[in-house]
Design a binder for this molecule. Sequence first.
Ligand code: SF4
Length: 296
Amino acid sequence: MLNLEECNVCPHKCGVNRYIETGYCKADINVKLNLYQINFTDEPNLSSKNGSGNIYFSHCNTSCVYCNSFSVSQFGWGKVVSKQSLADIMIGFEQSGVNNVHLVTPTHYSPQIIEGIKLAKEMGLSVPIVWNSNAYENVETLRELEGLVDIYLPDFRYFDSKAAKDYSNAENYPDVAPKAILEMFRQVGHLKESNEIAKKGIMIRILLLPENRNRVDKILKWIHDNLGKRTYISLMSQYYPTYSTAAYPEINRVLTKKEYEFAVDKLEVFGFENGFVQDIKGNNDWQPNFAKENNK
Ligand code: SF4
């Protein structure tokens, strides 16, 4: 059972009472978010022409040195919203005609967001809920989302514990994330679309790091062997050096074309049938405009 008085929401299991103190993620009992906006730059079957209703939550349960939204995830820029406000935002999105409500970095607020989703559904929310997480999550917490989340969009970050420790301070990530992803898959199965818009299922994002530091080859092999080649994969090329990457020279640069092609080649070798690849961009023009003024 999820417990915010001895917090056990994520694999850190800090045991803190979030009514009076904070743990690793620095999030207290109140839900904080920085930005909510209709977004058109997610995968085509999420954004399509009507967009996704994205809600970007403040704080995070990992501390990635390359986080491109570190002002929100690490510094906690954002403002507190009630569960009712959260539900109202979701309903507002639906009334705007979005394809889905897309929750970005929600894990550390799982219990509060569950209540928000339930409230929104009581108010008539019917578009799919997208859970966009880092997959550093407990199976027990994910089980509480069953029937509430329609589309899981986990980042599968590492299959190398040294990289997970060095870059995200989560050495056991390669043990934790596969179990989380199996639970997501158990709940929703392969991604199903209607008119090329995602409705239910799992799509796995892989943000490629320079020098293949996260071991995309091992990640793809695991997905192939455990979920099968029908799994939707989103292979992301948009990594760029930011935040604390200057301390890690090996990842303090954008990807090369060769590095991206290595990953695309692996997709083909394993025979994956569904998903998305990108052009090499080497820029950050897709980045949402997080504002410090939202820090109230
Ligand atoms: S959600 Fe935050 S406080 Fe709770 S266990 Fe995870 S890191 Fe610790």
